[in-house]
Write a protein that binds this ligand. Structure first.
Ligand code: SF4
Length: 363
């Protein structure tokens, strides 16, 4: 297969096999940008409904630039990695101020916007503006690791550099938009972890297939150290309202809301940790009651087990928030108006699914 034959085979395959994604219907730079940010760390089929809700509420950069952060976070809720949503808002405000509300076309100007790294700048420049800029994601690295039999670790700098050289070598001048998308689509749909080589349009030039080492390319990453954490959290009900607090701007998950609580210290039971955390965080003295759930979730290398209780206040109820930007008692029906990190959102879902609890709490 010559470079031209390879590129044509790939582009023909893309033409008939590409997924019909909403941002591919217009290639509007705002749509491409939002979809690329949403697709980081998230499966494409999960992105589509979020994307559609988002562009319905914020149809363009000027609309997003005028949004309130709380509403932006609420629309993002469930996608995780909330800094992506905050950066979309910051970047929209910057585009409105610095670029008169028009998405910049120059890859250097795109890269300078908040939340946009090398890959995303390349994706926007090539997909929205058809500029000949490589965009190297995990799919593209995997495809070239196999096609060219590159013996580097998945995600390594060496593999990224080699994949970028390959993209520059094969990219046709007149269709960088289709070429970059075709490579990523091939990695997502055919040259995935399980590698469906029988369906592959470029199998005749694939070195790993020829040498029967498809599953050894790229080389696996060394294992990550997993850290396990035990936490306790309490839903404090007072006068028919529930206490929530907002995380500080410099905290993990800034701007999201939660029920007070925290990590168990050595030798502590969850109930003891909950009493201590409430006192430290809010100056409230509370008594844990019924244990209502054990919620498990993960982020980066952490695996969290969160013990969740109903609790009531002992003595005066005048919280002073030491570990939060602000806090408030809200009516149970209002809880769903706020955005929460994964663990607390899971807890709320459990309560909603449990008829007895949801009627106790009047949610
Ligand atoms: Fe990937 Fe198999 Fe195609 Fe090679 S032949 S590029 S390993 S799907």
């Amino acid at each position: 297969m010559t470079p031209d034959t390879f590129t044509n085979a790939l582009l023909d395959w893309f033409e008939t096999n590409r997924r019909d994604l909403p941002w591919r219907r217009t290639y509007d730079p705002y749509h491409v940008w939002v979809s690329e940010i949403m697709a980081q760390q998230t499966q494409m089929d999960r992105v589509v409904p979020y994307f559609e809700r988002w562009v319905k509420r914020f149809p363009d950069v000027p609309a997003l630039s005028q949004a309130q952060e709380d509403e932006v976070l609420k629309l993002w809720e469930g996608l995780g990695y909330y800094s992506r949503a905050r950066n979309l808002l910051r970047a929209a405000r910057e585009i409105a101020e610095v670029h008169d509300g028009r998405f910049p076309e120059d890859p250097v100007a795109i890269r300078a916007l908040p939340g946009i790294g090398e890959y995303t700048a390349g994706a926007i420049a090539s997909i929205a503006f058809n500029r000949p800029v490589p965009c190297i994601d995990a799919n593209v690295m995997r495809v070239f690791a196999r096609l060219e039999n590159l013996g580097f670790e998945a995600g390594s700098k060496e593999l990224r550099e080699q994949a970028e050289q390959c993209v520059r070598r094969f990219m046709p001048e007149d269709s960088p938009r289709e070429f970059n998308q075709a490579l990523m689509e091939l990695g997502a749909l055919v040259c995935s972890r399980k590698a469906e080589c029988d369906l592959c349009p470029v199998q005749p030039r694939c070195a790993a297939h020829r040498e029967n080492i498809v599953f050894e390319r790229p080389l696996p990453k060394p294992g990550k150290n997993v850290i396990r954490i035990e936490m306790a959290t309490g839903i404090l009900v007072h006068d028919g309202r529930i206490l929530i607090q907002k995380r500080k701007p410099d905290d993990l998950w800034p701007g999201l809301w939660e029920f007070p609580g925290g990590c168990l210290e050595e030798g502590e039971t969850p109930e003891q940790a909950l009493r201590r955390e409430y006192m430290e965080e809010t100056e409230l003295s509370v008594e844990p009651g019924e244990k209502i759930a054990v919620v498990k979730y993960a982020y980066t290398k952490y695996r969290v087990t969160m013990h969740c209780y109903l609790c009531k206040a002992v003595g005066e109820v005048a919280p002073v928030f030491h570990e939060a930007a602000e806090g408030r008692f809200v009516r149970p029906q209002e809880l769903s108006n706020y955005a929460y990190p994964a663990g607390h959102r899971k807890l709320l879902e459990r309560i909603h699914d449990d008829l007895r609890l949801s009627s106790i709490l009047n949610i």
